[in-house]
Design a protein around this ligand. Sequence first.
Ligand code: SF4
Ligand SMILES: [Zn+2]
Length: 140
Amino acid sequence: MKKYWRCHVCSDVHYGVNPPELCPTCKVLNAFVEISSAEAEKICGIAETTMDEVEFCDAIERFTVGNKFQINPDKNRVKTLLEGIFQNEKNYGMKYCPCRLTTKKFEEDLKLVCPCNFRIHDTYKDKEDGECWCGLFIRR
Ligand code: SF4
Ligand SMILES: [Zn+2]
């Protein structure tokens, strides 16, 4: 079961089955202690912040750094996909993949939040010019 964890040194919050061994922020070893969701919510100030398209693009751009894929240079394609992603967020509360259907089971549908784990897609893996299912990300 996933739980919340707080770094007792820098108060970074982690959500997961296990905490990271090394705090990614302060680099202290074995620094995480379990906390309640109420504490996590306070620390993170989870008060309905949203991300507009520009912020989302910046975030996924940073996500590609150090990875073998990039955002598709085809700007029109990206624009269309972003419209779908943001439409899904508006309708269903999450940035679900614009080209696949959700199951309405939250845990299951987390696999469809963009960026998904597209490295396992047939359209990506073992391909020189591989791309995610929708082509938002392509190999460098
Ligand atoms: S297939 Fe591409 S566009 Fe769809 S969720 Fe995955 S990364 Fe995003
Ligand atoms: Zn820390």
